[in-house]
Design a protein around this ligand. Structure first.
Ligand code: MRU
Length: 363
């Protein structure tokens, strides 16, 4: 992704294993600020308070965070406590567990003195692979947009929810990768960006990164989605996911399920774009996916820009009103038209996923 014309990843190592640099996403779209993470605790804090967020980027940050927690001699106990600390930060995105298990798989067999260097190399490999996976999702997903453009001979109207773009990954994004690929290939595309209360990842992050890339888009209140679909203003919906069960049930940002219902009722194809590490082969269906409950303050308050370019938070609700904040929901596979992966596009069924990932399905 180009930021002010410079290719930029959302996370990058600092020289001499001194740390990694991230974009503090809690400040966007008001301020673009890079922030160093120098310890495992810095990484855990950044994930927990959502300075970094989005399933793939959470996994990559945890991998680097583990590397940051290892001294020159890294003993088994250090590895175990580091993984446990990072794993506890956020429960729903399975990429976190996937990345930490991959790190452990590489590090545990090594002598203690070799683990630190290997951890940095493996974290970098996970980051590089994320970029390649998302580019492949972009190629496969672009075919859906191209087909729609050829069929309708006009601008393709895509709706998305939350932020499954560049900012949710190391580069390109998952749900937004096909949109960037289509835009770059000259396919006319316009994106309906649903704001995604309570944290507004759509209004704050998706809108910001689409604007950086020059992709035409319009922000809508979450509640406007059904109306737009009912009036023929949406050709397809494409969202990301934080965890997909082996049968194609999809956990994604709260509000995804309602969009899928509206899409189903109006005959609008509803696609979910995910890289392989977001599929949880240990879960037969979505009923076992842990749903994160976040702080009520994310519902009762909202951040915004001040006159002097600061970022502040204001209260929306009466002080005596309670608020609940389930952060994800599960969309049943029957409402999902297709799953777009780095290996191709498949139906949201156990057989569809297993055909693309024969090894995963046997895991
Ligand atoms: O709570 P977040 O912002 O970490 O939620 C993750 C998301 O942005 C979405 O649910 C997204 O669609 C999946 S991550 C590519």
């Amino acid at each position: 992704m180009n930021i002010h014309g410079t290719p930029t990843r959302t996370i990058r190592p600092l020289p001499d294993f001194a740390g990694v640099e991230i974009i503090d996403q809690t400040l966007l779209p008001h301020r673009l600020e890079f922030r160093p993470l120098r310890t495992l605790d810095d990484a855990a804090e950044a994930i927990a308070v959502m300075r970094v967020r989005g399933a793939p980027l959470i996994g990559v940050t945890a991998a680097y965070g583990l590397a940051l927690g290892l001294a020159d001699e890294a003993h088994d106990a250090t590895l175990e406590t580091g993984c446990a600390r990072l794993l506890a930060t956020r429960p729903t995105a399975v990429n976190l567990r996937w990345a930490l298990e991959r790190m452990q798989g590489v590090l545990v067999p090594l002598p203690a003195a070799q683990r630190r260097g290997a951890a940095w190399r493996e974290a970098a490999a996970i980051a590089d692979e994320d970029v390649a996976l998302n580019q492949a999702i972009g190629r496969h997903g672009m075919a859906l947009l191209r087909a729609c453009h050829e069929r309708r001979a006009r601008t393709v109207q895509v709706m998305t929810h939350c932020n499954a773009g560049w900012l949710a990954t190391v580069d390109w994004g998952t749900a937004l990768a096909p949109i960037y690929a289509a835009f770059d290939a000259g396919i006319p595309v316009h994106v309906w960006v649903s704001e995604t209360r309570p944290r507004n990842q759509g209004a704050s992050l998706t809108a910001w990164e689409l604007a950086q890339h020059g992709v035409p888009h319009t922000v809508i209140a979450d509640n406007a989605a059904g109306h737009l679909m009912q009036h023929g203003q949406v050709d397809l919906v494409i969202v990301g996911a934080d965890r997909v069960a082996a049968n194609g049930d999809v956990a994604n940002k709260i509000g995804t399920y309602m969009k899928a219902l509206a899409a189903h009722d109006n005959g609008v194809p509803f696609h979910v774009a995910v890289p392989g590490p977001t599929i949880d082969w240990r879960l037969a269906d979505g009923t076992g996916i842990p749903i994160e409950e976040r702080a009520a303050a994310e519902v009762t308050h909202i951040p915004g820009a001040t006159e002097d370019d600061g970022v502040t938070s204001v209260r929306l609700t009466p002080p005596q009103s309670a608020a609940a904040n389930p952060a994800f929901d599960v969309t049943p596979a029957r409402l999902v038209h297709s799953i777009v992966t780095e290996r191709g596009v498949c139906p949201a069924t156990a057989a569809g996923l297993a055909a693309l990932y024969p090894h995963g399905a046997r895991a």
